[in-house]
Design a protein around this ligand. Structure first.
Ligand SMILES: Nc1ncnc2c1ncn2[C@@H]1O[C@H](COP(=O)(O)OP(=O)(O)OP(=O)(O)O)[C@@H](O)[C@H]1O
Ligand SMILES: [Mg+2]
Length: 311
């Protein structure tokens, strides 16, 4: 597997001395989708910035498509499309010109058919003659994507593309990413949503405090971490777990009104069916059930704890 992006020992110390990246090693394969997860301030945007040449690394080496991002800045940058976290667009410019100019900035010849295709795929074609300031926040995000794709980059960085967007746009975004992957684009995105990473990424990287905690195939990570909770609300509260339900790690909460069952999503589902059957057998009347999957935060806390224990 060819590496499209190679980050080795990357450090970033901001003016004032804050160390935002503490020696990051990361390889991103050609054609894969990698999701970077991490809390606010973890270093996600900083990492993207040093790879894209927007910030100077303080140490280590970074290559994109084999080009060193510092020594061969232009070659490396020409391969990269970036959708920044903050919306930065010229408010009075028309949508279509914004995207066209962006392509021009990369020294690519004008290609109206390509721009039209891009705007159509992003549902912006009808808005092409509107000034940016007349667009909604979600549409501006689409324009940022169109800009980033205007010069046909081999590697696309999406810094929280779905933060603060509605469900529909999120779905659209996922489809756009999937479509790009089919066209062979390598994609790195940051997100706070574990479901999002799970839905679209081939691999997930977790970053915290300027360090990569792990990079793993999404499937195996979800199987390892996919801890679920089933909460069963009873029609009337019980003092203790009835016989037949003991010894399964069930707990009673909310004054005996709720039975909580924690299980592994990788484990077989029949556990739940059996539990429900046994509850009926024990004479319990169920009012409501609810399942909850581990949030990124839970997974995160688990990882950090592990890291501390290992240290
Ligand atoms: N220009 C800067 N000067 C000084 N410190 C900075 C600068 N940019 C970022 N930092 C600091 O570096 C750390 C990492 O910031 P970064 O923006 O990379 O985090 P992030 O993971 O992208 O967070 P978020 O999820 O909030 O976008 C933070 O502590 C931040 O305050
Ligand atoms: Mg950020």
């Amino acid at each position: 597997m060819t590496a499209m992006v190679e980050v080795s020992g990357a450090r970033k110390v901001y003016d004032g001395g804050f160390e935002a990246l503490k020696g990051v090693d990361l390889e991103i394969r050609k054609g894969e989708i990698l999701a970077l997860l991490g809390p606010n301030g973890a270093g996600k945007t900083t990492l993207i910035s040093v790879i894209c040449g927007l910030a100077m690394p303080s140490g280590g080496t970074i290559r994109v498509g084999g080009h060193d991002v510092v020594a061969d800045f232009r070659e490396a940058r020409s391969l990269i499309g970036l959708v920044p976290q903050e919306v930065s667009l010229e408010p009075f410019e028309k949508v279509i010109n914004t995207v066209r100019f962006s392509r021009g900035l990369f020294g690519k010849r004008r290609d109206d058919a390509l721009i039209e295709d891009l705007l159509r795929r992003l549902s912006l074609w009808d808005k092409r003659d509107e000034p940016i300031r007349a667009l909604s926040g979600g549409m501006k995000r689409r324009v940022l994507i169109a800009k980033a794709l205007s010069h046909e980059p081999a590697v696309l960085f999406l810094d929280e593309p779905t933060a603060g967007v509605d469900v529909e746009l999120r779905r659209d975004m996922w489809e756009i990413v999937e479509d790009l992957r089919r066209r062979g684009t390598t994609i790195i995105l940051t997100t706070h949503y574990i479901e999002e990473a799970e839905a679209i990424a081939d691999r997930i990287g977790v970053i915290n405090g300027g360090e990569i905690l792990l990079v793993e195939e999404t499937d195996s990570l979800m199987a390892r971490m996919g801890h679920k909770t089933l909460r069963v609300e009873l029609d009337s509260p019980v003092d203790t777990l009835p016989p037949g339900l003991e010894g399964r790690g069930l707990t009673l909460e909310e004054g005996g009104r709720v039975i909580v069952y924690e299980y592994d999503s990788a484990a077989e589902r029949s556990g739940i069916a059996r539990l429900m059957a046994d509850m009926t057998q024990a004479g319990l009347v169920v009012r409501d059930i609810e399942t909850r999957k581990d949030s990124l935060e839970d997974i995160f806390v688990g990882l950090v704890k592990k890291q501390e224990t290992a240290a």
